[in-house]
Design a protein. Structure first.
Length: 94
């Protein structure tokens, strides 16, 4: 199986959208965001990234920084490291 590994400070992501409306808080959908910022899930990180983002992290990025790549039978969405606005940190409930 072949996978896409980002290079040159790019991060492979899966776009998400936060929706309010459930009693428990927020939930995710895969609809395209319509505001200048997007919530995305990290799928893979280039080795030369300097930010501490890991696979599975949820990050906030500039929507215009998202780039959908489709080439050679591969498709994915990437964002350059410098378009990351925030890393979402979830505190465990006790």
């Amino acid at each position: 199986m072949k996978t896409m590994k980002p290079c040159n400070k790019f991060i492979l992501v899966e776009p998400l959208e936060f929706n309010e409306g459930e009693e428990d808080g927020l939930f995710f959908t895969t609809e395209k965001p319509s505001n200048p910022y997007s919530a995305v899930e990290v799928i893979a990180v280039a080795d030369d990234c300097t930010l501490d983002v890991l696979m599975g992290d949820i990050i906030i990025v500039t929507t215009h920084g998202l780039q959908t790549i489709s080439a050679g039978g591969f498709e994915g969405t990437v964002v350059p490291e410098n378009h990351i606005i925030s890393i979402i940190e979830c505190e465990d409930e006790e």
